[in-house]
Design a protein around this ligand. Sequence first.
Ligand SMILES: [Zn+2]
Length: 180
Amino acid sequence: MSAESTPRKLNLMVWAQTGEAASGCTDVLELPRLRADLDLSGPPAPPIQWQAQVQQREQTGGPPQLWLHLLAQARLPLSCQRCLKPAEQSLEVDRWFRFVESEEVAQAEDDDSPEDLLVFEPLFDLLELLEDELLLDLPLVPMHESCPQPPVPGFSDPVEELADKPHPFAALAQLKKKSD
Ligand SMILES: [Zn+2]
């Protein structure tokens, strides 16, 4: 199965039969709701890495259940609430979901189930789920652990200043050469 080419239209039943894990890299720019929460003024964010697998589990006294395991790693630039500069936030998703046949069943069983419930769709949008999970995991108040030093007005880097001017000893060396 080529999940990487169509992670937005995965045929769940076919996928469950193969038992294969699907994996891929997704650019944050492909996830518009997540993108809206990011500070993209800095260097581009690395792609989000994800892996997913669907399992069909037999259960006594009922039809088999469909489960999905999603793993993801992301490093997202959020706007630091202290200095307003981009602050990179690492997120990891490792979650199990169980598919149910309808929204009604999902609501009825949600309180009793430790796993998250998803409504079954023949063609499943994995990136939509990935985006939902990352949005849930975003910190409410993102902040640097320690903010980069704020720029001081009129501040100039002494190292750069030295590089611009000829070194005083270089001139001296020239003089010495001439006198030799
Ligand atoms: Zn900061």
